[in-house]
Design a protein around this ligand. Sequence first.
Ligand code: GTP
Length: 307
Amino acid sequence: MTWTNLARNGRILVVDDAMENIQILHHALRAEHEVLFALDGEQALQIAREQQPDLILLDAVMPGMDGYAVVAALRAAPRLQDIPVIFVTALSQPEDETRALEAGAVDFISKPFNVAVVRARVRSQLTIKRQADAMRELSMTDGLTGVANRRNFNDTVDAEWRRCARAGLPLSLIMIDIDHFKLYNDHYGHQAGDACLQRISATMKRCASRPQDMLARYGGEEFILLLPQEGADGAEVVANRILDEVHKLALPHAASPTAPIVTISMGLATARPPLEGNTPGPLIRNADGNLYRAKQTGRDRYCISLD
Ligand SMILES: Nc1nc2c(ncn2[C@@H]2O[C@H](COP(=O)(O)OP(=O)(O)OP(=O)(O)O)[C@@H](O)[C@H]2O)c(=O)[nH]1
C-alpha cells in the first residue's frame, strides 16, 4: 500500500443526532471512503462491533448516550479500543477540547466545520491508524515464514484457553519439529534451510485452515499449531494431513538418516480447560513430551498421550 492509499478507502462511521450533519459529512467523504452512519450512541456501538470501522467521527452532545460515554465504551471493549475517534462538535471551549482528548479522542473538529479540513484530518488519522495496524501485524508475525510468532501464540493460547473453558470445549496443540534440520543446513546451506522452513510452514498452514486455528513458529525449526475447540480425534486428523502433505512436498534431504526427503515429528496434546485455576502451560509441556517420544521412536510420525 502506498502512502497515498494509506489515507484513502477507509470505512468511516459518522455519529450525529442531526441527519443534516451526517449528510454534509457523507457528501464530504464519500468520494474517498465508505461512510457508515449512526444517529445515537447505542447504534454507533452496535455498528462499530458489526462493521469494525477504521475511524469514527463522533458528535459530543447527543440525547441519551453522549459522545464521551461512547468513547469510554469503545475504550473498554478489546475489539473496539483501537478505533480512533475524532470529536466533531459545536462545543468550542478549550476545556471541551481537553475533555474530549482526555476521554480518548485522537482529534477534535469544531462545528461549523470546514469540509476540506475534515477531509484532511480524516486522511491524517487514517494514515496513522494504518501505520499502527501494520506495526502491530509485524510485531505478531515471524519475519521468515509469515506465520504467527511465539509471542502472538502465547497471547492467543491464553485467550482461546479461557474461551474454551467458558464454552466447555476442548483445545488441542500439535508441537512440530523438522527432522535432522541441522544436517539439512549442513548439507544444503543456511539459505536453503530458510527456504525449507518457508515451504514446510506454508504446507502446514494449509492443513489447518479454520478461522480459529493458528500456526506459530515456536523456535528455530519448531512450530506449534493451536486448534481451539478441537478434541484428540480432530487433532489426529490434522496431524495425519500434515504428515501426508509434507511427504507429498517431497523436499530432498540427502543427509537424513530417516528418509530421502524432509520429514517432521509431532507431539499432540488435548485438554478440556477448567473454568478456574489452570493455564495452558502443562498442555504445552505435554505436547513437547510427546514430540520427544516421536523423535525417540523413529521420527516422521506423531505421538499422542493415551490418558
Ligand atoms: N536455515 C535455518 N536454520 C535454522 C533456523 N533456526 C534454527 N535453525 C537450525 O535448526 C537446527 C536444529 O537442530 P537440532 O535442534 O540439533 O535438531 P535437528 O537437527 O532437527 O534434529 P532432530 O530434531 O533431532 O531431528 C540447528 O542447526 C539450527 O541452526 C533458521 O531460521 N534457518
